[in-house]
Design a protein around this ligand. Sequence first.
Ligand code: 5AD
Ligand code: SF4
Length: 474
Amino acid sequence: MTDLPSTASSPQKKVHIETWGCQMNVADSEKMLSLLQGERYELTDSPESADLVVMNTCHIREKARHKVLSRLGVLNEIKQSKPGLKIAVTGCVAQADGKKLLELAPQIDVLLGPGKIDDLPRLLRESADTNRSMTSLGFDRHSEEKDGHEHAHGSNAASAPSITGKPEVSRYVNIIQGCNNFCTFCVVPFTRGREISRPLAEVLSEASDLVAKGAKEITLLGQNVNSYGLDLLNTDIVPDDGGPFVKLLVAVAAIPGLERLRFTTSNPHDFTMPLAGLFAAQPKLGRYIHLPVQAGNDRTLARMKRKVTVAEYLEKVQWLREQIPDVAISTDLIVGFPGETEEEFQGTLNLVEQCQFSFIFAFKYSPRKGTAAARFADQIDEKTMDERLARLNALQDRITTKLNQAEIGQVREVLFIYESAKEPGIFVGRTPHFRTVRVRSKINLIGKTSSVMISGANKVALVGDVLEQNLTIH
Ligand code: 5AD
Ligand code: SF4
């Protein structure tokens, strides 16, 4: 007799997924949930009620890694009182620490790198059969080298369920895995491998499917989305017409029913004039971009191997402002990169002042094993880093508050994404400039785009009221 496929009456198992780190990990967790649903798992929000806990981990800074290790200790205690519980550690800590992690935490049943997501169901079965820890790490080479049409990352073109289990208005679609840049501080090329783009048709099919299921906003994801498709063309240089990424944006933007299209992360080095031009031509792109600069000093940028100077970065900001004069730009910044002098740090403060970013993600430099900068002389002491981070954040807080307060009195088109769990009746959405807006409403606003009169602002969010005419239409 052959095995029957699972049926509706098959017992359901429960999986609890914890996702750390970046949006790539959120998208990966959704893919894993999709695969696990095929194995009769359903989501649960507590590890205590789960048969399987998946920890999808982040390795970008040491702090992120530490959190993972202490969480593993807690899960181990749960497992002691519930021996049947399976623990899978996935993501970048799994890839970076590899089997060393199994020695440290033998309670792990499955260890899976971000390039091996498709192996999760097989490893779970093998671990159950053998009662041993199973591991799959590393990266597949390019998709043509795999059998059939299976892609290294996109296990299938169908859209994955949202990680909350609810239909969501704003969804992520992975377009490119890995990074070829090797910025000297960054562990990503080691934990996520080299760039592998998903074929355009596969991305389009997944995005269309998500829109058909109710998504209004799609964010295309990659460590460096601007180099999307260059691997498929066998080149390192983005063509003058903006290349495959611009073509992809045009194609995804054309999906009927999609209201907003975003992308992250955009590396300034590969940011082209045609991409800036698309912001004016395609209103679905909104008026916001995340463009990480990392530092405001040329010597630091060169030692980071960012391949842009401050002047080049400012030129790209200028391209965007020529297209959309009030464009909101956010950025990532690192303070205390090895050897950074006070004067060089001052360059970062100057750049922040000059660019008037809508918000920033500022980090203290964290040495990562295997990266070039971890071996640089003159590592900066913690106290200096703390002090620089505080000064940078204080400056940005003033700018964010000022820019947010300038919104008061404006009417903005807000796409509502969710209702506050802590304060029912408060709906949270975003303006085209990616500013968060909170509105009190008796009507469910989730998934609606409404005109909102902004009436208040602080550094975190705006508040406002939906204009009357919107309320009568629905
Ligand atoms: N130390 C501190 N911040 C880092 N980032 C990446 N690597 C490091 C590191 N070693 C930051 C960068 C990047 C963001 C995702 O994380 O600013 O853009
Ligand atoms: Fe890391 Fe640089 Fe690649 Fe971004 S571009 S993922 S910072 S190596």
